[in-house]
Design a protein around this ligand. Structure first.
Ligand SMILES: Nc1ncnc2c1ncn2[C@@H]1O[C@H](COP(=O)(O)OP(=O)(O)O)[C@@H](O)[C@H]1O
Ligand SMILES: [Mg+2]
Length: 348
């Protein structure tokens, strides 16, 4: 077993797979929610790594794997060189949580509506043994709040509904910072927040990366904030990462036909109309069919589909600094390669 050697990556997913059994025990089938996903976050350089994709693409399941809440059914997930299950078995779940902290989608669900918001922050400080009591907790809590542009004085004696969604989401980021984590996994932290307030949250992530050395895994539908804030991005489709690389490369000139569609068609999330929006991007029957599909999960929707896409799952092909899971980029065997990208770039 390896220990947390200095050169070990902060996080490493090595062909991770998460399979769920769905339906009844008899008539049920399997759904591969995370399918052969590999990624590596360097220990030396904190970054903002975005996971983007439609609802039902496996983002939350992948987040739960990173948080140690979901064991992979296949492949490996390592934190500082050691399998996460081992880290938790040896050091305990709380010690691992101190290093890898979650931020959730809806800040109004994170906080108890009947308690003042500082109570939850004090509890966290005491729970993680940052402080022995509430008096001692005041200083680290205030420091965490100042990192997100607030202060204890500002939020003290306030109920959650007395703060804006943006403020409250920043308080949840402050809560996550209290144990001094190395990684924050933020699962759609801006999707319930008014569009005008999203920047104040993602700007906090930049500050965490640049000033606190925290690596942020930012999960989102919102490609605009993803583009603005991320260093790298991975686009997920039905459990697969179909394209990943530096954010400018991927979003300026998406190579995978699905990434192209996503960039062109993804609607701006409208928080007040969450239901309609979710319906629009949740493909219902398409989802189940695509998860079960042999070959590329995008084959039935792809304007460039080739025969082999329907029978064979494409491997990752390097395109510039990216990896793209698409036969269009198979230089060894593809006839369409090159023409395709040239045509697209021409049209811009
Ligand atoms: N515990 C579970 N049991 C069965 N299926 C699940 C479970 N969790 C998630 N899924 C399914 O896995 C797929 C991916 O879900 P999820 O990871 O929540 O995607 P996303 O966060 O991108 O919307 C969905 O089809 C979802 O219904
Ligand atoms: Mg999700």
């Amino acid at each position: 077993m390896t220990s947390g050697a200095a050169e070990a990556p902060l996080f490493e997913l090595d062909r991770a797979v998460v399979t769920f059994r769905i339906g009844s025990l008899l008539a049920g089938s399997r759904l591969v929610a995370v399918n052969d996903v590999s990624l590596r976050l360097a220990a030396e350089k904190p970054e903002i790594f975005t996971l983007a994709g439609e609802s039902g693409s496996g983002k939350t399941t992948l987040a739960r794997v990173l948080l140690g809440d979901q064991a992979p059914s296949g492949g490996a997930v390592r934190f500082q060189g050691t399998p996460v299950a081992e880290v938790i078995r040896v050091g305990g779940h709380k010690a691992f949580m101190a290093e890898v902290q979650p931020v959730f989608q809806n800040p109004f669900e994170t906080f108890n509506p009947l308690r003042h918001v500082q109570e939850y922050l004090f509890d966290t400080a005491i729970n993680f043994k940052i402080a022995n009591n509430r008096q001692q907790a005041a200083e680290p809590v205030d420091a965490a709040l100042r990192t997100v542009g607030l202060s204890l004085a500002e939020v003290q004696q306030r109920y959650p509904h007395e703060l804006s969604g943006g403020q409250l989401q920043r308080v949840s980021v402050a809560r996550a910072l209290i144990p001094n984590p190395k990684v924050i996994v933020a699962d759609e932290p801006v999707s319930m927040v008014d569009a005008s307030l999203r920047m104040e949250i993602v700007n906090v992530f930049k500050r965490l990366r640049d000033e606190e050395g925290v690596t942020v895994i930012y999960i989102t539908h919102d490609l605009a904030t993803a583009y603005y804030v991320s260093d790298r991005i991975a686009i997920m489709l039905r459990g697969h990462v179909v394209e990943s690389g530096p954010v400018e490369e991927v979003l300026d000139h998406p190579a995978h036909p699905y990434a192209q569609l996503l960039k062109e068609s993804i609607p701006e999330p409208v928080p007040e109309d969450k239901a309609a929006w979710t319906q629009q991007i949740t493909l219902g029957a398409t989802e189940a069919r695509e998860f079960g599909q042999v070959g590329c999960k995008f084959a039935n929707r792809c304007p460039h589909v080739m025969e082999r896409c329907r029978s064979t799952n494409p491997p990752d092909f390097p395109v510039g600094n990216r990896l793209v899971k698409c036969f269009l980029y198979d230089n060894a065997g593809g006839s369409v390669t090159g023409t395709f990208t040239e045509e697209r770039d021409h049209g811009r």
